[in-house]
Design a protein around this ligand. Sequence first.
Ligand code: COA
Length: 712
Amino acid sequence: MAQYRIVSGSVAVISIQNPPVNALSAAVREGLLLSVRAAASDPLVRSVVISGHNGPFCGGADIKEFGNVSHLESGPHLVEIFESVEALAKPVVAAIEGFALGGGLELALACHYRFGHSEARVGLPEVSLGLLPGAGGSQRLPRLLGVRAALDMIVTGRHVAAGEALKLGLLDRLTDGNTVDAAVRFAQSVEGKPLDDRRLGNRPCPPLENIDAFFEEALIHARGQARGAAAPLACVQAVRGAATLPFLKGMELEKRLMETLMTSGQAQASRYCFFTERGAARWTTPTGARWDTCRARPISTAAVIGLGTMGRGITVALARAGLSVVAVETQEHQLDQAQRAVSRMLKGRGGVSYSADLQAAAGADLVVEAVFEDMAVKEEIFKQLSSVCKPGALLASNTSSLDIDRLASCTLRPEQVLGMHFFAPAHVMRLLEVVSGPRTSPQTVAAAMQLGRRMGKVSVAVGNCPGFVGNRMLKPYLEQAYFLLEEGASPELVDAALEEFGFPMGVFKMSDLSGLDIGWRVRKEEGLTGPGVSADQPMRSRRGRRYSPLGDLMCEEGRYGQKTGRGWYLYDRPGGRVARSDPWLRSFLEEYRARHGLLARRIDQQEVLERCLYALINEGFRVLEDGVAASPQNIDAIYVFGYGWPKHRGGPMFYAAQVGLARVLEGLEKYHKAHPDSPHLQPCSLLRRLVASGSPPIHKWSEVVKGHRSQL
Ligand code: COA
């Protein structure tokens, strides 16, 4: 809806009213157009102010309507409304508080003046929804800012703070006070003044030299960044239209490009990601605890134990969220180094104290243990924490795969023990897996979920099992990649296929980055490594199933990845980042295959994708079956925000639905037949059941899962 009132005798204030973000739903569009017409025809009205009701100006088009053509088609179109705003013969001032995003900023661009609160943000984030600013934004913004600045905003979708927006010329004025009052006063001061020059649709785009070369380069750059997403490229084309075509022709181009994007699977996937991110906050645990029935304990102080890479990142993330943090590292040398590194990352901001003594954790509301992955060491620490920490303090482990329940049983407060699995670098990566064991209390989960939100994370509540959700699913993916090497592929081939799919890094580059020794340590702990020469446990088989010792052999050679300058690739120095092919690896693989009588065969990218991704997806269905993740949406949020799964492909479970569950099942059956000693390729029963139920859409899977679980 839109509220309409006259103030100061001559100013019509139109206020968009659609909480919580004043999105432009059909009802709002209707109201807005009626209000604009009313202002146009009322002789008393000499100027207009458009604002958002109760705070935010406008969060853009109503994303909920996108999947629903009948909603989208009802009510006037944004383009039509914005044309009437721009054409109005009375000055229109946008009063921007909070944020003006997407269609919200496009509305402001159709106004003749833009007033902003000093803390407001503006942006055209459509690209992250697989779209472009399709209500004139791609045509008006370049006319206002020039091509370079507009292209940057449109292709990245970044939010721009008010101060920068003022410098760019996107906002005309800022105020610290009441934005609407200031805008009303300003509107009165420009009543009767000519408006032609203020109408962006009338203006040409500021000229740009070497325009063809500029856009060629922009397209190449966007393609490099897009990882297969179509929207950034369409954004470049639309802005090119603004720079080279008359306004109305540019608008036609924008419309055509938008229609193509809107109906694409990519926009659907990106939109799905928008809602999975937010849906994760409405969590349930495997024991049935829920977000809406649990009160969280307040957390204001935290201790981090162990200041390696993870511990440092976690310290920074907690301090940035406003907690006071005690960082504990018992090795003095490491403590000094960590102190310098953390201060650098925090840019001198306070809030962190350091200690070499675990006793320093005594007063913390929450302790996050982040020592290396060794169960015995962690058990010892939890035992000590249990007696050192104040009653009520939560004890979390940042383990990436170890048993939370075992850690809980070392303490006298198992209901306050949980996993908080951060992803490296912990102060940057958005994902947090909040792991509850069978005895973790709902209040403990609630507190960690709330803290995750304060840190700006996408927190997903998951159950306890080896690897939890993310790493558990990663295991079969990695395993298939190793098997493919044995069968004739190279790390370069496997990585290229996965990068083309949209991962920022293929599996082997990722292993080099995170360190091959980490998995090695876990496998040693599981008793999997070693020569395995006995008849019942030959080198390439463990416990009756296929096993590739390739990763172990690499570690035995001291090839831990980037940190040693050598891994699946070669780096110019230890810690180097630029991966080069390594001829050594080629002969290593050839020798390995010869030793084990393996014949290299030609493997294509499709097989790489199907084997790696279907194995991962299959495990995702098992995770659902076991109740370790509450929903396919939660699994997808984990993969998109923690594992680099491309947003425009929605997440592994969404992708499975998009490919077609029957096709995934068929693929798994085919590969399992060819590799019967690889149980991860054996289709799980939930997948079979979903296919047998006619492959329902993803939001209906939970019903099948429930029925399935009750039969297990
Ligand atoms: N349309 C429909 N619903 C929207 C929306 C939109 N444009 N923007 C936000 N919402 C909903 C969210 O889904 C959420 O709903 P929920 O409470 O049921 O989960 C609610 O509004 C609050 O959003 P949230 O993101 O949790 O709040 P926030 O204060 O952290 O952030 C924004 C507010 C506006 C910055 C953020 O929601 C955002 O970026 N929205 C998308 C803006 C956009 O891309 N617009 C262009 C559309 S083409």
